[in-house]
Design a protein. Structure first.
Length: 133
């Protein structure tokens, strides 16, 4: 936190939990369990920073190109966690090799910043985990 009004909303951006949007779980280098995707799905958690709504993406490439990732859906989440749905987890586990990488990122949406402002949306740093099949 730098004590500045980085999102230009008239208030200093120091927020509880820190000013940075980042993935809390899985950690970079962690393992995501794909051994039985129909019976166990992970819960992704993150630090919210100043953001109010969120979208989660999990992909087989860090570019998150079409067809290589799953998401939390079209409707943004308002919590700082998401349990991956059975269908989505089965889908992405079917696309990754045992020991292959899975990439996780969070998109934060600040509802207090005009949509026309580039700072209204922000992506967390991408976390790379390993799939265990």
């Amino acid at each position: 936190c730098d004590g500045l009004d980085n999102d230009c909303d008239g208030a200093v951006d120091d927020v509880v939990g820190g000013c940075t949007l980042f993935v809390r779980d899985p950690l970079n280098g962690g393992v995501l369990d794909c051994t039985s995707p129909s019976t166990f799905q992970p819960t992704i958690t993150w630090n919210k920073a100043q953001y109010d709504k969120f979208k989660v993406s999990i992909g087989t490439t860090s570019a998150f190109t079409k067809g290589t990732f799953i998401s939390s859906g079209k409707t943004p989440l308002i919590t700082n966690s998401w349990q991956v749905k059975v269908k989505s987890w089965t889908n992405i586990c079917g696309k990754v090799a045992d020991g292959g990488p899975l990439f996780v990122r969070i998109q934060g949406i600040d509802v207090n910043v005009p949509k026309s402002n580039a700072l209204s949306k922000f992506f967390s740093p991408v976390v790379q985990a390993t799939a265990n099949k």
